[in-house]
Design a protein around this ligand. Structure first.
Ligand code: ADP
Ligand code: ADP
Length: 217
């Protein structure tokens, strides 16, 4: 299956993507994770992306699209994938559509994770990420057994530079202006399903999985 997860920063896309992708046995492809890996690795791509990311702006489309094209060309993505954080605006969605058409396929479903702004701010303010395995935690809603240490791999947890209050506010504006038009874009294509993303993580996963099953039937 070829699936896109869309929703505001902090909606739980990364959290849900890991569960959904493993249940569907498809790779999770997160553009944010790929950019962050390049920033910590000090690559040219990372140096280019860092300023945009720190401000909470989108990295330019041509850079992002080239990176996604490379990733989608890898062997493990041929039978399906779950995209988290891409596309992020209508031009990216149009390019993705063309790219998949070149590969002779198309998207099956777009899951929109729906949460309000207040919940988003609560989630982002307490988000912690593992430096080693990338797993996402929350200081109150999903705390690790030992504060600051990843339960999964014992790696060190850190707070993302872009999870500061003013950057969070700016990212929400960027979402409203640039990303939310994707909702009607995909609704018009007839492949959009909204999922209530409030409540416990497992319940949200159940809702997403039943939306995917309804589609598969
Ligand atoms: P969140 O899940 O909190 O929305 P991400 O990890 O998806 O954040 O993205 C972090 C940053 O990486 C974004 O603010 C942006 O600078 C950059 N980024 C990620 N995906 C894209 C994309 N598709 N287009 C442009 N920039 C992107
Ligand atoms: P996104 O990728 O959409 O930016 P994340 O998956 O990184 O969002 O989640 C943002 C924060 O919210 C993380 O700290 C995560 O642990 C927490 N979170 C995710 N889902 C839920 C949920 N259903 N209830 C409470 N907190 C959640």
């Amino acid at each position: 299956m070829r699936v896109v997860l869309v929703g505001p920063p902090g909606a739980g896309k990364g959290t849900q993507a890991q569960f959904i992708a493993s249940r569907l046995s498809i790779p999770k492809i997160s553009t944010g994770d790929i950019f962050r890996a390049n920033v910590s690795g000090g690559t040219e791509l990372g140096k280019l992306a860092k300023g945009y990311m720190d401000r909470g702006d989108l990295v330019p489309d041509e850079v992002t699209v080239a990176m996604v094209r490379d990733r989608l060309s890898e062997d493990d993505a041929q039978e399906g994938f779950l995209l988290d954080g891409f596309p992020r605006n209508v031009p990216q969605a149009e390019i993705l559509k063309k790219m998949l058409a070149e590969f002779g396929t198309g998207l099956d479903l777009v899951l929109e994770l729906v949460v309000d702004d207040e919940e988003v701010v609560r989630r982002l303010a307490g988000r912690r990420t593992c430096r080693s395995c990338g797993k996402v935690w929350h200081v109150d809603f999903d705390p690790p057994a030992v504060p600051g240490v990843c339960d999964a791999c014992k790696g060190e947890l850190f707070q993302r530079d872009d999870d500061r209050e003013e950057t969070i506010r700016h990212r929400l504006e960027v979402y409203q202006e640039q990303t939310s038009p994707l909702i009607s874009f995909y609704a018009d294509e007839g492949i959009l399903v909204g999922v209530d993303a409030t409540g416990p993580v497992e319940e949200v996963t159940q809702r997403a999985m039943s939306a995917l099953r309804r589609f598969a039937d």
